[in-house]
Design a protein around this ligand. Structure first.
Ligand code: AMP
Ligand code: ZN
Ligand code: FE
Ligand code: FE
Length: 281
């Protein structure tokens, strides 16, 4: 009998804040023994064509996606969107607006770091952001590491860049319920990323997850490194009770996040089959 398929539905490339190009990411997925990988860069679909082409060429299953930056009650939450119409005017416009917010906050972040005694120029950040359309705090963190201010991305976040940190600057993101509606309108399948990671259970408690399901949410990641074992179990039970998907994924960022190797968590093949059915509908 064949081993069950290994399916990883949440990864990042250099098109956002990962460190593998889309092509390299797909190759890494094959090397890691995955049968299916989804590329879900932050707020952009720019890597999907390259990744899909390479996946086809080397024989890895591929699911196109994006991780949409959202908020609830002023706190950042992330929504995975699988498949859908990548020319949908409303969703395209929303992603443009979110990415503009990413770019626009960089100068203020650098001013704050300067005041904290860690001067950096936009050019120093650009070395790490390269040509990404979706610049993020990890690129600033990489510039801080290169300048010798901190030892790692994690240290940059823990000391300065995490939500509420001394160099943190807010940016535009849509309300999660509105985003679920918009993703659905574009024919894509909305799945919450790490709903209870990094303390976000406060803003996404079970009754809010239930309300979002009523608004079209198709499920959430249960198995994710930012969830405890108890949280994973509870998210599986809740998904089962509500009849929605509970996925498992790595949230791989290449060398940018060491706790998230490809396939560290995977999605059950029957759950993936249901997701595919929703994507293709
Ligand atoms: P941004 O896209 O600018 O909002 O930055 C968020 C991204 O930074 C996340 O998707 C993660 O890749 C990374 N990140 C967030 N929090 C941390 C943290 N505490 N340590 C390391 N990386 C983080
Ligand atoms: Zn990221
Ligand atoms: Fe995320
Ligand atoms: Fe992610």
């Amino acid at each position: 009998m064949n081993a069950p398929a290994r399916i990883d539905l949440h990864t990042h490339s250099t098109v956002s804040d990962g460190t593998d190009t889309p092509r390299a990411l797909v190759r890494a997925a094959l090397a890691a023994g995955l049968d299916v990988v989804a590329l879900t860069d932050h707020d952009t679909w720019a890597g999907l064509d390259e990744a899909a082409e390479e996946a086809e060429r080397i024989g890895v299953g591929f699911l196109p996606g994006a991780e949409v930056s959202c908020e609830r009650l002023g706190r950042s939450v992330h929504l995975l969107a699988y498949g859908g119409d990548r020319t949908h005017p409303g969703l395209v416009a929303e992603l443009v607006r979110i990415r503009a917010g990413r770019t626009d906050r960089i100068p203020e972040m650098l001013r704050r770091l300067g005041r904290l005694g860690m001067p950096l120029t936009e050019d120093q950040v650009a070395v790490h952001a390269r040509d990404t359309p979706s610049i993020g705090r990890p690129h600033v963190a990489d510039a801080m590491v290169a300048a010798g201010y901190v030892a790692s991305r994690d240290e940059a976040f823990a000391g300065y860049l995490a939500e509420g940190g001394s160099a943190y600057v807010e940016r535009y993101s849509p309300d999660i319920a509105d985003a679920v509606g918009l993703v659905r309108a574009a024919g894509a399948v909305p799945v919450l990323a790490h709903p209870w990671g990094r303390g976000s259970r406060d803003v996404l408690p079970p009754h809010v997850l239930e309300a979002l399901v009523e608004q079209g949410l198709a499920g959430w990641e249960a198995d994710h490194v930012d969830h405890t074992e108890a949280e994973r179990a509870e998210l599986h039970v809740l998904a089962e009770r509500l009849g929605v998907l509970a996925t498992g994924s790595s949230d791989y960022h290449g060398t940018g996040k060491t706790r998230n190797p490809l396939g560290v968590h995977t999605t059950d093949p029957s759950t993936y089959a249901e997701l595919r059915r929703l994507v293709e509908r």
